[in-house]
Design a protein around this ligand. Structure first.
Ligand SMILES: Cc1cc2nc3c(=O)[nH]c(=O)nc-3n(C[C@H](O)[C@H](O)[C@H](O)COP(=O)(O)O)c2cc1C
Length: 673
């Protein structure tokens, strides 16, 4: 059993003690209504408190209307919000006395939108933001004083409402960063120019907050460990700022990565786990108040390692606790395999938030809907036959088995996972494999009987005689009706990922949706140096580092993607799409939109562009189609009329859908049997 020497040790922050080192950082969940805390939002955090987290930071809570970043944010800009906030802190403290609760004070500055605040956003200077696509108005001295007062008033409200702490959101490119950064702040008064002047806004704000709340009230600061923005502040500049924060009265520093505008991914699956802990360490080495590390720490063992290496004093686990509220409890009990790991897909959290939708989670179908999705007790133990071991089928089986049913999964392949076996293959998507490992564990834990390499037909269903059949037979590809599509040089995209198709030097992909885009990166890089080889060869100086880097990152094969629609990656979430498209560009993948493929020959693809001009791509080795899928539901049609059997459909067999939707539906069906 893994030993945790540090993770479950209490941590003293000023006069407050948190019971362990696991922090749930602020996450806008889209669950507040008219600025007020709702029952759903409270239920969400109750579950995390029960699950064992040490410190819950809620928010961001906007301190003034100018700062409101999104609808359905929590408001703390008026005394009228205090009663609901107070009810919230009381509920959490009643649930677990030792859990400490903090309100993050948020001001979007130039990261908010005129349509949300009803006027032009404000910032240190009138510098255009790529994130909000807005040029703000430069704040007058009156604006500065008013917004600083808004922070202080909000801090006092939080204290009155029973919060144990507040945290200023000074990261990700929000208002504090907008004053600190020379690329945004162009002021010529005492709030601009030198670093000392640029620090004046946050430092004065901290001092004002400190003089407003009681001396023992905890005031933390979230800061960017590196802006990751050209010509803005880097990790080398940050210790000076951290020291100034400490001097001004900050009790802890919560160090995260770069701004929303950065071109360096901060949250996507391709960000290696624990990648940004060096940023926390950089601050920790320069201050003597507690420092939190953040971003892509989704496993308690990794969290323990970060603490052990003294890179931080506490660990933010954001999405990991959305995926599994009970992660801390399970880790403490040694049930590490039982943890439902976040895979950093962002589908239910970040992507939903950008679409102004409430939080959900690909791994945890209960997230954001805790009260209404509790497992139901069964009245009668049923024999459940799940046909297909993709994500929908597996989740149905897991939930039905936890509830006490006798569950059998039948899978025609020699392994479980279905489409997950494909989607974890492209570079940077390996984390999806965790889903298969997790379900393998639960199959054993909940005594689910698994029948691999068994193709099921209607007679076998009758023979097995179940009470419930769950059809999870997935999907099959749509073959576009293009002359030449049946040629021996043409393959379905998924056949590449499963190793059943060759890859050439010059390749064409028909379809620029999520699969087509991921495939283009996979093919362009196919055969490049792998990371382990890079490490080995450069350690022994067998290869010059520059040459090794080219072999690691460079493109090896030509790829052209032909998309019928005017836009690429239509099914990709906002957080992932730009990362993949940037990669395509870096690898020289040719991405053509609004094209119509007319013909495929032995070595050429003919297409027309938006103006109906004909073009041909010559000397093509292979063509792959990634033009969508249709439900594979033949068995459903045959089984649905068998008398005395309840028949359900989940996953792609119901309708082609995302893994998030398949898991969510699987949970619902598993909980309704
Ligand atoms: C849906 C969502 C909303 C977020 N909102 C905020 C926020 O309001 N304030 C903030 O400081 N960070 C916010 N974050 C960033 C998280 O606090 C955290 O730093 C990030 O998710 C990386 O940590 P993780 O890999 O443990 O999830 C948000 C993250 C997500 C996924």
């Amino acid at each position: 059993m893994v030993k945790f020497f540090k993770l479950f040790k209490p941590l003293k922050i000023g006069g407050m003690t948190i019971p362990n080192r696991i922090v749930m950082p602020a996450m806008h969940l889209g669950l507040a209504k008219n600025g007020e805390i709702t029952k759903k939002l409270t239920e969400f955090y109750i579950e995390r408190a029960i699950g064992g987290v040490g410190f819950i930071i809620i928010g961001g809570c906007y301190v003034s209307l100018y700062g409101k970043g999104l609808p359905s944010m929590i408001a703390i800009d008026d005394d009228k919000y205090i009663p609901k906030l107070e009810e919230f802190t009381r509920t959490i403290h009643d649930m677990r006395e030792d859990v400490k609760v903090c309100a993050q004070l948020y001001h979007g500055g130039r990261y908010t939108f005129p349509q949300i605040i009803g006027t032009t956003p404000i910032s240190s200077s009138a510098t255009y933001s790529r994130f909000s696509k807005t040029t703000p108005r430069e704040m007058t001295i009156e604006d500065i004083k008013r917004e600083q007062q808004a922070y202080a008033d909000a801090a006092l409200r939080a204290q009155k409402a029973g919060f144990d702490a507040i945290e200023i959101c000074g990261s990700a490119g929000y208002l504090m960063d907008q004053f600190l950064s020379p690329i945004v702040n162009k002021r010529t008064d005492k709030y601009g120019g030198s670093l000392e002047n640029r620090m004046r806004f946050p430092i004065e704000t901290i001092e004002l907050i400190r003089s407003t709340v009681s001396d023992d009230f905890i005031v933390g600061m979230r800061m960017a460990g590196d802006d990751f923005i050209p010509n803005s502040l880097t990790y080398k500049d940050k210790p000076v700022i951290a020291k100034a924060y400490q001097k001004a009265g900050i009790d802890y520093l919560n160090v995260t990565g770069g701004w929303h505008e950065t071109k360096i991914p901060q949250l996507t699956m391709d960000v290696p786990e624990g990648c940004y802990t060096y940023l926390a360490e950089n601050i920790k080495n320069n201050v003597n108040i507690p420092v939190f590390a953040s971003n892509r720490i989704n496993d308690p063992v990794l969290a323990e390692q970060v603490l052990m290496a003294e890179q931080a004093d506490a660990i933010c686990m954001g999405r990991a606790l959305i995926a599994d509220p009970y992660l801390p409890q399970k880790a403490q009990k040694g049930d590490l395999h039982d943890i439902m790991h976040c895979v950093a897909c962002n589908q239910g959290c970040f992507d939903n938030v950008f679409r102004m939708m409430p939080v959900s989670c690909l791994r945890n179908a209960r997230a954001g809907n805790e009260a209404r999705t509790k497992l139901k007790e069964i009245t009668e133990k049923k024999k459940v036959m799940v046909i297909g071991a993709g994500p929908g089928g597996l989740e149905t089986a897991r939930v039905a088995a936890i509830r006490g049913h006798n569950v059998h999964i039948f899978e025609k392949d020699d392994k479980i996972g279905g489409l997950i076996n494909i989607i974890w293959r492209p570079p940077g998507r390996g984390e999806f494999k965790r889903m298969i490992e997790d379900y393998e564990y639960w199959i054993k834990k909940y005594n689910i009987k698994i029948h691999l390499e068994e193709e099921i037909d209607v007679n076998k269903v009758k023979e097995f005689n179940p009470d419930v059949v769950v059809i999870a037979t997935g999907s099959k590809p749509i073959k576009p009706p293009i002359p030449g599509i049946d040629g021996s040089n043409v393959y379905w995209a998924n056949e590449v990922f499963s190793g059943d198709a060759p890859i050439g030097k010059n390749n064409v992909i028909i379809g620029g949706g999520a699969t087509g885009i991921e495939l283009s990166i996979y093919i362009a890089k196919f055969g490049s140096l792998n990371l382990e080889a890079f490490d080995f060869l450069t350690f022994y100086r067998a290869l010059e580092v520059d040459d090794a880097l080219k072999m690691l990152h460079g493109s090896r094969n030509k790829v052209t993607v032909l998309e019928k629609l005017p836009k690429l990656g239509s099914a990709l979430g906002r957080t992932t799409k730009w990362v993949l498209l940037d990669k395509c560009n870096a690898l020289g993948v040719k991405l053509l939109t609004s094209v119509d493929v007319k013909e495929i020959t032995d070595d050429c693809v003919i297409y027309t562009d938006a103006n109906n001009n004909e073009h041909s791509i010559d000397n093509v080795d292979y063509v792959y189609y990634a033009t969508g899928v249709v439900s594979n539901d033949e068995l459903y049609k045959e089984v649905k009329n068998i008398e005395g059997i309840q028949v359900e459909k989940v996953g792609d067999a119901r309708k082609p859908e995302t893994v998030l939707e398949a898991v969510s539906r699987g949970y619902k069906v598993g909980n309704s049997i």
